[in-house]
Write a protein that binds this ligand. Structure first.
Ligand code: ATP
Length: 415
């Protein structure tokens, strides 16, 4: 068993930076797990603390049955691949791969044999006598992976493993890495700030902010049901639309439109309550002619994304009843509460989106061939079951607590 369990894990650097803040997390045996978050959120610190390269200031780390919190890196049975691969430039590929075995005092013949075998598995067979300087970025990455694999660790730790590769090679390396991890079945934790990479590779993702975990879930869960507005804004190639809303009986008043209340939120909201309505641009349908129950506004920007376009509409921000409220109504940011303004796209304010005062911007993905022109009036309708509601920045429907492995089968996609 090589599950990794962290309890109240804390790292305070000299000078007082609290890079990990009493973090609880469980990574299952054999899982491909991503640590994702903006720069400075503590991803690398967490990876290095699992590796033993940083000493925890508090809490514990267990790998399998062993408490490794106070063990040095060499006794944790983990292999780390660094962002820059950290290959020895004066050594051949064979010697680089065999190096950890040399440290473990494996005899020369077995070392060479094992290095050759691992190189074979990673398509490096013809390159064994070259030095790192004579290899491409992708080949160097494979050597670094081969070096990590050669000593059969219980856990792989990968720090931004693809960031040194160009866009095309990155895609290739991504597929390769995913296949390799599946075949080896070794518990693997990788750090990335690229949400697309995390969604594509990981079995589960922990989204971090300020040394804490904001959500743990499968790619489907974090994409479809972000637990809070921070994750909603961080995950997805375009952030989720977050718009002030108000409950009206069985309906929701959003940007002067009336939408059905998301079914799973019905029992959890009160009439008249002001909330934030969230819907992804991918889950809105655009119409060039009037549609009942649609948000309507003026097309201000059309961005070509290849097979689809991203259309931004300028829509009225407030529902008519909210405008009568004593405090001037639900401002675009007003319902997000203490958590609402804490992330990219969290609680869209008119000023952030380029929309005018009293208006907000709504983005919708439109298929090739049906793009509108700036200046057109457009109608957007949310797809059934794809809308979310946030109160004080948190999803109104219950999310599984952070750190608890989510069920593998039948990923919840209800919304
Ligand atoms: P990035 O994506 O930019 O690499 P990260 O999420 O990996 O960021 P960390 O490198 O873990 O973040 O840093 C977390 C916090 O700890 C940051 O505020 C950083 O400035 C601080 N920090 C990291 N290393 C040290 C150190 N050796 N001494 C003091 N502070 C540090």
């Amino acid at each position: 068993m090589s599950a990794i369990t962290m309890r109240e894990l804390t790292k305070v650097y000299p000078g007082g930076v609290r890079a990990l803040d009493a973090l609880d997390l469980e990574i299952a045996d054999g899982e491909f797990f991503a640590l994702l978050g903006p720069s400075g959120c503590g991803k690398t610190t967490l990876l290095r603390t699992i590796a033993g390269l940083e000493v925890a200031s508090g809490g514990s780390v267990r790998i399998g049955e062993r408490d490794v919190t106070n063990l040095p890196p060499g006794r944790r049975d983990v292999a780390m691949v660094f962002q820059d691969y950290a290959l020895f430039p004066h050594m051949t590929v064979r010697d680089n791969i065999a190096y950890p075995l040399r440290i473990k005092k494996v005899d020369r013949r077995s070392r060479a044999g094992k290095a050759g075998e691992t190189a074979d598995e990673l398509g490096l067979a013809g390159l064994l006598e070259r030095r790192p300087g004579q290899l491409s970025g992708g080949q160097q990455q494979r050597v670094a992976l081969a070096r990590a694999m050669a000593c059969h660790p219980q856990v792989f730790l990968l720090d931004e493993p693809l960031s040194n590769l160009d866009a095309r090679l990155r895609l290739e390396a991504r597929t390769f890495l995913k296949r390799l991890q599946r075949e080896l079945g070794v518990t693997t934790v990788f750090v990335t700030h690229d949400q697309a990479e995390a969604l594509a590779l990981a079995d589960r993702i922990a989204v971090m902010e300020g040394g804490r975990i904001r959500q743990v879930g499968t790619p489907t869960e974090v994409f479809r049901r972000p637990a809070n507005t921070f994750v909603a804004g961080f995950i997805g190639s375009t952030p989720m639309n977050l718009i002030a809303a108000r409950v009206h009986g069985e309906e929701l008043a959003v940007a002067r439109a009336r939408l059905p209340l998301p079914e799973d939120a019905r029992d959890r909201v009160t009439d008249g309550e002001r909330l934030v309505y969230g819907v992804r641009p991918e889950y809105l349908d655009y119409s060039a002619s009037p549609v009942d129950g649609a948000l309507t506004g003026e097309v201000v920007v059309v961005e070509n994304l290849g097979s689809v376009s991203l259309v931004s509409l300028d829509v009225p921000a407030d529902d008519p009843d909210a405008a009568d409220a004593p405090d001037g109504g639900a401002g675009p940011d007003g319902d997000a509460g203490p958590d609402g303004g804490d992330g990219p796209g969290a609680g869209l304010a008119a000023g952030d989106t380029g929309a005018g005062a009293g208006r907000t911007s709504v983005q919708v993905v439109v298929p090739e061939g049906s793009e509108p022109e700036p200046g057109d009036t457009g109608w957007v309708v949310p797809r059934p079951g794809r809308s979310l509601l946030y109160r004080d920045g948190n999803l109104v429907t219950a999310a599984p607590p952070a750190g608890v492995p989510a069920p593998r089968a039948g990923v919840a996609a209800r919304s």
